[in-house]
Ligand binder design. Structure first.
Ligand code: AMP
Length: 562
């Protein structure tokens, strides 16, 4: 049975598998490798995922949702039509679609996957990702940190020599930096740092803001559809400026046509502070790994947003040499996840590549503060950037004489102050009635390769053990809730693969209809009507011809990529 590798991205997702002696990206029903991580509810109650859904962000904003990865592990609800979904549900729908693509491509059932997550995903977000996979009918063989996956993709077969390298991953929603070492075919992550609120989306937003400002338009005065038009135009203008020195941002608001020229230099100026923010995590990772720029052998660029020349220049300036860009930055992570999936199933020469990873946050508990101002403070047990799997124990004692119970509260974060860290869960431990100096216990934290934390408290005198069951985690779905979501989402059908192409063409045509005016608009409407009439007759040969004619017509109207 095939195990696939999945990059479940903020903007796009991609599935890969071992095929014909190598890891390959799997095309979706439209023949594209990247599937936009967008979900839309169609008129008939079925679910659209990918390009058609992305086009519907413009035409059906109330039934469509994107960039939900940022809400993984939270209780945030997204409304699609009359139904409510959590980020896990929406991710599950994307995963279901990728699973169907992989099964069609491989000709066999796919039930297991290696799924990548940002290195900075915390406990709750990792669990949410596993829950999403379960809801989609996939068992997660392993979660792999995105930068690690990228390094695997570059390391296996590409880097023959041992060395230290830095993965600079600027995706749609997050920025991750990792420092890794390849030594005798063992790949080890020494440090990772990042910014979970910095990605290509922020650059796009800068473009949109500047354009609206220059054209005296207020974001607040736009309706959802108009906002989607502006954001689409900002996206394409931003991407054009990665290749060209100047670009024109064009869209229509009401009866007003906006055509706003912008140069790369101007764009770089309005994004300067975002580029500056990229420095900090790089410097922190280098400090944690005790490396200076001269001791990094290679810099690997990952994530679509690293195509921006200003980002490449920053990497060059910081390290005094050109970064490696020989793999497609959009595919690197999924390829790495696919290599990891392949390692699970085959006996190839790559098997001896051992992966180690790091725990991206410091993990610890609350203890009584020695400072009179504060009641409690954070006591770290596992330091951030420790190589995992790791198990660490620390000894504590009761704070009162004859205390019969202690509450151990588990936090993750870097601050001495508890309220600045993330509360993960708590455990009540019974204590024997003893003077406080004799009432001592060990708290052992074990952090595994999937980023799951186990806490065991052992009393020194009684040897009694208490294990942490993470309670009061509003973001985590229980096994019962997962089963319930599975049952609730089961009736929601994905559009059959055979009809996805037609659905995508129609969604794109609908979007063009809304964007254009006058005769062009009339023409689009009549073509849509004619196309639908042919489809209704369900004559296969006639349908095939009509699809071709309709596609050519749409291509003639602009860059549709079909
Ligand atoms: P990823 O999460 O790796 O798929 O990266 C997606 C991000 O890369 C999105 O924010 C895209 O807008 C951005 N991106 C993709 N292509 C380009 C490009 N040519 N220039 C600038 N940004 C891009």
């Amino acid at each position: 049975m095939a195990v696939v590798g999945i990059d479940l991205g903020t903007t796009n997702s991609l599935v890969t598998a071992w095929h014909d002696g190598k890891v390959v990206p799997i095309p979706n029903a439209l023949g594209d490798h990247l599937t936009p991580s967008v979900v839309s509810l169609d008129r008939d109650g079925s679910i659209l995922v990918g390009r058609a859904a992305r086009d519907r962000l413009v035409t059906h904003p109330r039934e469509t949702v994107a960039t939900f990865k940022r809400a993984m592990g939270t209780t945030q609800q997204f409304q699609l039509g009359r139904q409510k979904f959590r980020a896990e549900d929406l991710s599950a729908l994307v995963l279901r679609s990728l699973k169907a693509d992989a099964e069609a491509f491989l000709g066999e059932k796919v039930t297991e996957a290696v799924v990548s997550v940002p290195a900075y995903f915390n406990e709750l977000q990792r669990k949410a990702t596993k829950a999403a996979a379960q809801i989609a009918g996939l068992h997660v063989e392993r979660l792999i940190n995105e930068p690690t996956a990228a390094a695997v993709a570059y390391g296996v077969g590409q880097i023959e020599r041992d060395g230290t390298f830095l993965v600079f991953d600027l995706g749609g929603g997050t920025f991750d930096v990792s420092i890794l070492e390849l030594f005798e075919r063992t790949l080890e992550v020494h440090a990772s740092a990042g910014d979970i609120r910095l990605g290509g989306e922020d650059f796009r937003w800068r473009m949109a803001e500047a354009c609206l400002r220059d054209n005296d338009l207020a974001w607040e005065s736009l309706d959802n559809q108009q906002r989607a038009l502006v954001m689409n135009a900002a996206e394409s203008t931003k991407n054009q400026l990665s290749e060209a020195e100047v670009a024109l941002m064009e869209f229509r608001v009401g009866t007003r046509d906006v055509a706003w020229p912008i140069s790369r230099a101007q764009y770089e100026e309005i994004c300067q502070d975002l580029v500056d923010r990229l420095r900090l995590p790089v410097e922190r990772a280098m400090r944690d790994a005790k490396r200076d720029p001269g001791r990094i052998d290679q810099i690997l660029l990952v994530g679509g947003a690293t195509r921006m020349p200003m980002v490449r220049r920053l990497a060059e300036r910081m390290f005094g040499r050109s970064p490696r860009v020989d793999l497609d930055p959009d595919r690197v992570v999924a390829i790495g996840a696919g290599v990891q999936a392949m390692l699970k199933t085959s006996e190839t020469a790559f098997q001896d590549v051992v992966l180690t990873d790091v725990c991206p946050w410091t993990l610890g508990i609350d203890v009584k503060s020695d400072d009179a101002e504060e009641k409690s403070m954070f006591s770290p047990i596992i330091e951030r950037n420790s190589t995992v799997p790791i198990s660490r124990s620390k000894r504590y004692s009761a704070t009162e004489d004859f205390q019969t119970q202690v509450k151990i509260k588990v936090y993750q974060g870097e601050s001495r102050r508890l309220e600045c860290n993330v509360f993960l869960g708590e455990l009540s431990v019974p204590l024997p009635s003893l003077p406080k100096s004799e009432n001592r216990f060990d708290v052992r934290f074990t952090y595994d390769i999937n980023g799951i934390l186990e806490v065991i408290v052992t009393h020194l005198r009684t040897k009694r053990e208490s294990r942490l069951v993470l309670e009061r985690n509003p973001g985590t779905l229980t096994p019962e809730q997962i089963a319930q979501r599975l049952a609730e989402l089961a009736p929601l059908k994905l559009h059959p693969r055979e009809t996805q192409q037609v659905r995508s063409l129609l969604a794109y045509a609908d979007r063009l209809y809304e964007e254009r005016l006058g005769e062009e608009r009339e023409e689009i409407a009549s073509r849509i009507r004619a196309f639908r009439e042919v489809l209704d007759r369900q004559e296969p040969q006639e349908c095939e011809q009509a699809i071709e004619v309709f596609r050519e017509f749409l291509q003639g109207l602009g860059e549709c990529g079909f």
